[in-house]
Structures are given as structure tokens and as C-alpha cells.
Design a protein around this ligand. Sequence first.
Ligand code: CMC
Length: 428
Amino acid sequence: MADNKVTLNYEGKSFDYPIIESTMGDRGFDISKLRDQTGLITLDLGYKNTGATLSDITYLDGDKGELYYRGYPIEQIAEKSNFTEVMYLLLQGELPNQDQFAKFEGNIKSYNYVAEEMKKIIDAFPRSAHPMGVLSSLTSALTAFNPKAVDVSSKEDMDNAAVMLIAKFAHLCAWTYRKKQGLPLNHGDNSLNYVENFYRMTFRMPNDKFEMNPTVVSALDKLLILHADHEQNCSTSTVRMVGSAHTGLFASISAGVSALWGPLHGGANQAVIEMLEMIEKDGGDVAKYVEKAKNKDDNFRLMGFGHRVYKNFDPRAKIIKKAADDILDALGIEDKALDIAMQLERVALEDPYFVERKLYPNVDFYSGIIYRALGIPTEMFTVMFALGRLPGWISQWKEMRLHGDPIGRPRQVYQGAAVRDYVDMNAR
Ligand code: CMC
């Protein structure tokens, strides 16, 4: 039988720390009394060994390359479910029956608009603004127009704020695209489902009858499902951290959008396509870039390779690679970037540097190829990721608040100057 505690010996004394059991994956040991008992804190840069919370939402096994939403394998979810159902599952913990699904969808539709004044805010941004910066600002601005959703503490109020944000965030994502393209902003259409509605708001031209392309809708649906949650990643941890100060839902999500923007996180999908285009422009010499990525004197990394947790393969990448093939086939697109991507994958996967460090293509390696095929501009890719990740962020925020997690406040090992006296400027 596994031990139920960890014993630490320090300065001639021993201290016991209880093991916290898990349903799957890492067990933890609870060090909440460590500092009081020993005067020590732990140091874990990048939180590689630190469990920040107890959670029931998502589990991923990095060694086996497995991902589960509320216990359901991602492969089954991606094949059989749809994004609206996945949002319900993440938020409520169970798959909905027909009535629950209809009510949830109806609630989202009841908020399928955004205050007209928000258009003035988006108007003030230059067209050159990065869509993620615009999205983060607009998400925060939503607070002002929906003050009742700011300070929510009951489960019912949280669920209401969640559907409100889910409905309105799709507008904000579509609008950042329209702004970039210099197109008039569309409102929603309640005869459509969530993904169709977003697709129409994003792409409907003012002078044309909008045609729904089911292949595109299905690819978008799958992409959103695959990005919906990924346990305690950088943006999710940000949302939980900000929310732990009892900051409102919308402002917490706005912070998550900013975290996702970074090229080591959600921004990687944009960086992948930029990298593939750069390699193509430079004559397509894939081996040269693999060498650059291996060179420690060169900052270049193969974007879309590696993952903090997956050290075997990224199960989302497998599903997305197939979806990328399908959509390129269906739309009859031949993409040079995809050829380069395939070569890069082959060369890197056979190279000892990548094999030894367990660096495999991640979800972002292929998602950009699909977005490009759908005519979504590169700078919008991370916005698409944000739309997918929204239900995960909200579910994690809600869980954190309902569990009553304390305010997040890490400690530090201080290594700066020792105490010294102030010196007048003329004496320095
Ligand atoms: N290209 C070249 N070398 C790499 C790469 C890469 N993409 N990723 C990691 N390495 C090397 C790194 O230099 C280090 O080598 P060494 O041990 O010799 O110093 C080793 O592999 C371990 O890297 P690390 O940075 O300590 O690993 P990490 O777990 O801290 O970082 C990562 C994970 C995703 C930030 C990193 O692999 C990376 O920067 N990848 C490229 C960006 C990317 O694709 N990000 C998207 C992640 S998936 C979407 C999401 O969840 O946001």
C-alpha cells in the first residue's frame, strides 16, 4: 500500500505531511503547515511540481498523451459531442439531457447581443491593433455594461454570468476580426447554434447573402472543443489567481486573454504559421531551421513543438492533424505551409535532440493550418484559441470560488541587497 504521508527531516526534527489522493495522476502532499513548522518555503520555478489547487474538471496524462474533460476521453468528445454541449459539461460537471441542453442554449441566446456603446470603444482602436489586445480590453469593458455580473457569489449568479459572457464573448471575437478587416460589425442570429452564429457574425459580408458552409462549421466546432480546457495552464492559472482576489468574472477572463496572448502559450499558433512562412520564403530549407532550434546560442525555437506536460504526444494534435487534412481536402486547398510543416515534423521527430527532450508537435502546430484554410488572418488565431478556452476559464474560475480557495499569494526566496542605509544623491 502506498504511504499516506511524506516525512521531512530538518535540523534534527521530523515533520509529516499528508498525502492528498487523486482519482487519476499525480498524488500530492499537503505542505500548508511547512513554513509555520520549519521556517522553510518551497522553491519551484515555473510551478513544475506544484499543485495550485484541487480540481474536478480536466485531467491530462502527459506521459501517456491522454486528455479527459470531466472523465470523458477527448477522442470521444471530439467525435461525438459539440462545443455547446462541451461548455455545459465543463461548467456543470455532467453531460446535459435534452431539456438541460435546450435551456442552456436558450440562456446563451437570450444574451446574444452586445451594447451598441461597445462599438464606440472598438472604433477607437487603430486597425493595426493586435486583436488579442482589443479582445482583452473589450472583455474588461463588458463589465461596465453588465454590472450585475461583476460581483457574483452564488452558484446561480455565477451560472448566469457564465452564459452571459459566453454569448457576448463570441461577439467580441467576431468584432476584433471585423475591425481588423475594416468591416461593419454584425450582431447575432438566434436561429443558429453557437458556432454557426459566431461564424456568421465573423464572415457575413454586408452586400451578400451568407452561405453556411457545414465543413467549416464542423472544423470550427472541433477546434473549439479541443481548446476548451487544459487544466492549470498559464492563462487558466491567471484567471484563477485574479479571481482569487474576488475580482469579477469578466475582468478575470480579460487577464486570461492577456496571458494566452504570449507566444509560449496561445500565441504559438500565430508563431507557427509565421515560422512556416519564413522557412518557405527562405527557400524551404527545413534542416537549417531544425539546426537553429538546436543551437543554444540562437534564440530560435521550433514553434508548435514541445509542451510542459505532454512528453509523449499531444492527443489534441493527433485529432487536429486529421481535421487539417480533411478540411484542406474538402476545400480543395493546397497549402505550401502544410508541406513545410510535414517536412519539419518528419525531420524533428527523427532528430535525437527532439527525441531525447520529448519534443513533439503540439495542438498549435496544426490549428493554424486549419484557420488559414478557413481564411482567418494569422493575427486572429489566438482569438480563436481564446473563444475555445473560454468555457474552461469560466469553469475553473467558478470552481475556485465555490471551493472557497484563498487569495493566491506566493512567497519568494529573496536574494537582493541586504539592509543598507539611504545615500543622498550628491553623495552617490
Ligand atoms: N524548440 C527547440 N527546443 C525546445 C523547444 C522548441 N520548441 N521546446 C523546448 N526545447 C528545449 C529547451 O531548449 C530545453 O533544452 P535544454 O534541456 O537543452 O535546455 C528543453 O527542450 C526543455 O525545454 P523547457 O523550455 O524547459 O520546457 P518547458 O516545459 O518549460 O516549455 C514550452 C514548454 C511549450 C514552453 C516549450 O516547449 C516551447 O517554448 N515550445 C514552443 C512554443 C509552443 O509551441 N507553445 C505552445 C504550447 S501548446 C499550447 C498551449 O497549451 O498554450
